[in-house]
Design a protein around this ligand. Structure first.
Ligand code: XMP
Length: 319
């Protein structure tokens, strides 16, 4: 048990002492950890912080808009919004291998971020939303092995190449503490209690080659699934839920005609640690409603399936 106002006051004091009058940059991803780190550091040093939000074109519907509204709009933080969708799409063209896709997205991310960092020559610090479990994981051999099964996109090496000092104000906190802190700092509940979202984003939820057209369809379908989960009070009962885009077409019927359109899969899992997971036994009525809405509202998708595979042997993501 901890006293939140005291904790915030102490953390703010510590950041001010560490940073002095120097400037800080932070990569804002829209995820919980970087958002809470940004809100805390902004509370401490205001305009000495510049957030860099890299939109790789593989984010969820309205995500960029929401991040900008929250941080630039409501918190009045300095946020640089980099629209790098075309650059990412260009480099992903023709690439179908999942690990290759992850590597390209990770590499481009670092490149775009570095280019932005160079435009802020006064910055002496790189802030990251590293939390306690990340600290343990990178030290523990057992977890390390498990985590190299899929190469996770991270910006490891960045502070060295940029010659920056590292500021990690969430290093001692567990995830639930980070969430409490976020709420106390005024971040919206829905932002702070979001399901995890992989760094490569929709890039690993579009099977095979990533195309802007597929990303657009997937974004719409995913938003419908998440909306309906929230409306049915199921969002917080599952650990992670999302839609996967399958680049295959199947036959359907609409009015008097046949359609030949894409298939998506719904994925929802329950898990403690994401190392093993059960598929969520969502009510059939909810699944039916989601499928109907996707098929009726997203032109280009005519079939929806539900993934009932556990981990292991399946993974949570499809790539
Ligand atoms: P899997 O699919 O391996 O996923 O069962 C376990 C958890 O890790 C997330 N995940 C990723 N997160 N970069 C990330 O930041 C990645 O490349 C990546 N791949 C999987 C996945 O969303 C799930 O929460």
């Amino acid at each position: 048990d901890w006293n939140m106002p005291d904790y915030i006051a102490e953390a703010v004091q510590k950041i001010r002492e560490q940073v002095g009058d120097e400037e800080v940059i932070l990569g804002l991803s829209g995820g919980v950890d970087s958002s809470v780190a940004a809100a805390l550091i902004h509370r401490a040093i205001g305009d000495q912080l510049t957030c860099v939000f890299v939109d790789h074109g593989l984010l969820r519907l309205n995500e960029g808009k929401m991040v900008m509204e929250m941080f630039a709009g409501r918190l009045h933080a300095k946020v640089v919004h980099v629209d790098a969708a075309e650059q990412f799409m260009g480099h992903l063209k023709g690439v179908t291998d999942p690990e290759q896709k992850r590597k390209i997205i990770g590499r481009e991310f670092v490149e775009v971020f570095q280019a932005e960092a160079k435009k802020l020559p006064n910055a002496k610090w790189l802030a990251q939303g590293t939390i306690y479990p990340d600290v343990i994981e990178s030290g523990g051999a057992k977890n390390k092995k498990a985590h190299t099964i899929k190469s996770h996109h991270n910006v490891g090496g960045l502070p060295e190449t940029l010659g920056l000092k590292l500021l990690e104000p969430l290093r001692d906190l567990f995830k639930d503490e980070v969430r409490e802190l976020g709420v106390a700092l005024g971040l919206p509940h829905d932002m702070v209690y979001r399901h995890p979202f992989p760094g490569p984003g929709l890039g690993v939820r579009i099977l095979g080659e990533v195309k802007a057209e597929f990303a657009d369809l997937l974004r719409q379908a995913d938003a419908i699934f998440i909306d309906e989960l929230r409306a049915a009070d199921w969002y917080d009962k599952v650990s992670q839920a999302f839609v996967v885009f399958l680049p295959v077409k199947s036959v359907g019927v609409m009015g008097d005609g046949r359609t030949y359109e894409y298939v998506v899969a719904l994925r929802a899992v329950q898990t403690q640690d994401f190392m093993t997971a059960h598929w969520a036994e969502l009510p059939h009525s909810l699944l039916g409603k989601v499928a109907n809405r996707i098929i009726n509202e997203v032109r280009g998708i005519n079939r929806v399936v539900y993934d009932i595979s556990g981990k292991p042997p399946a993974t949570i993501e499809w790539e």
